[in-house]
Design a protein around this ligand. Structure first.
Ligand SMILES: [Ca+2]
Length: 440
């Protein structure tokens, strides 16, 4: 994938001191802020690294004045409508196509929202086996049409917080899963509490894609992200057995025989890919940065299309810790490697941990078609960009003035109609809609 033009986030966020204090309080309470956790590990800035990103913009990043000039006028207005509240750290939402929205809470419950009301009985409660707190917990769930009687879950397991990918028997119609039916597909030891990644997704290739962080601490201290022989700091791709009991390696994985690394590893160079999303064959990965940059990486996963992995590179490499965003971070910055730089990045002037969303493909807001939505745990903004066919950023927008501050967003999700949901640490689930009377 060629390096695409980078643009700085264009609209500075206006925080009051009180708001920052409130945000920090929430972040500390949830322990979810990557920056907080990293700084708690006796982190010291690396000599030679700029500490004030704004004062030393990367040459590859366009000036903010330029970026403002590229911003399109917004012909319609967005709003966030309440769907549900009172949830306990809602962290993922999607629908098994039953007309209802299922929402995971970090502590281990999955609940059903029907007609914008949370049903009393949860789908399942995995609290007896989920180790929750900080960046650990029940992180995501996924469904596959080929596996109608099972659902997959991704969580931090008791007692040591190891990553576990497991399947559960599920009755989608009744909205009930059986915790006792669990079959473990994959376990990965986690050397620290943070950077567990999070996403599990079934791709358009019907394989399961798993995002795992670099094992945590800070600065890839466990030396995981540039290695292909471990499952950390990587995007994995496997074919789940239709009975949900195990998996096999797709024959077109980069190294299906495991000659040069783990056969599950499809890409390396990830730091903490908390959320990823497919838009047809285009995989979007929001990778949480260290002290300076937050980024969205995009790659077409099918050979021959824009941004597909270079033919001479075994596995796509997204750069961490050689680079943080497009900036040099360690070593020789990957000078001789074919690294894939982000399509969009922003500095810690605007946030601390990117919350990746998805490309809007709903029907209620036609003007938003094709826009990838994202936010930030501390920044609380709502931004989007749209890529042209050739993978270049064609449009960017900041919707924060319209929707208001998001609070502390934990994740985006999708409802049964494919409309975008926003899940926040205050327990609310809200739906993105076009404001009445606007020409969406
Ligand atoms: Ca990167």
């Amino acid at each position: 994938m060629t390096t695409l033009p980078q643009r700085r986030a264009r609209r500075p966020l206006h925080f009051s001191v009180a708001r920052i204090a409130a945000l920090i309080a929430v972040v500390l309470a949830t322990g979810a802020c990557d920056a907080e956790l990293d700084s708690g590990l006796a982190e010291t800035p690396q000599p030679g690294l700029a500490t004030d990103d704004a004062a030393t913009p990367s040459p590859s990043v366009s000036s903010s004045a330029d970026a403002v000039a590229t911003m399109d006028p917004q012909p319609f207005e967005l709003r966030l409508d309440p769907v549900a509240d009172g949830l306990d750290l809602p962290i993922w939402a999607s629908s098994p196509s039953d007309g209802r929205t299922w929402v995971a809470e970090q502590g281990g419950r999955i609940v059903v929202i029907e007609d914008d009301t949370v049903r009393d009985d949860p789908v399942v409660d995995l609290g007896d086996r989920v180790l929750s707190g900080g960046e650990r917990g029940l992180l995501a769930f996924a469904f596959s049409p080929e596996m109608p009687g099972r659902m997959l879950v991704h969580y931090s397991a008791r007692p040591d917080g190891r990553t576990r990918i497991a399947s559960l028997a599920v009755d989608i119609e009744r909205g009930v899963a059986d915790a006792s039916s669990e079959q473990v597909l994959l376990e990965v030891a986690q050397p620290a509490a943070n950077h567990n990644g999070g996403s599990i997704l079934f791709g358009p290739d019907r394989n399961l894609w798993i995002a795992l962080g670099d094992g945590g601490g800070a600065r890839d201290q466990f030396d995981q992200a540039q290695r292909a022989d471990t499952l950390l700091g990587a995007i994995l791709r496997v074919t789940v057995d239709t009975d949900g009991a195990g998996y096999t390696i797709p024959a077109d994985n980069p190294d299906p025989e495991g000659a040069t690394g783990a056969p599950e590893v499809w890409a390396i160079g990830m730091r903490n890919p908390w959320r990823m999303a497919f838009d047809e064959g285009r995989l979007h990965i929001a990778d949480v940065g260290q002290d300076q940059r937050e980024e969205v990486d995009v790659i077409d996963v099918f050979a021959g299309s824009v941004g597909s992995r270079p033919a001479n590179v075994a596995r796509p490499n997204f750069g961490w810790p050689l680079r943080e965003g497009t900036e040099c971070f360690s070593g020789d910055c990957g000078r001789d490697l074919e690294l894939i730089d982000p399509v969009v990045e922003f500095s810690h002037d605007d946030g601390c941990s990117i919350i990746g969303g998805m490309v809007y493909r709903g029907t209620a807001i036609p003007g938003l078609q094709g826009h990838y939505l994202y936010s930030d745990l501390c920044g609380g903004f709502l931004r989007s960009f749209r890529l042209a066919e050739d993978g270049v950023v064609a449009e960017e927008a900041d919707w924060s003035d319209q929707v208001g501050p998001l609070g502390t967003p934990l994740s985006f999700g999708l409802d049964a109609d494919g409309e975008v949901l926003l899940l926040s640490a205050d327990g609310r689930v809200r739906r993105l809609v076009a404001a009445a009377g606007s020409a969406a």
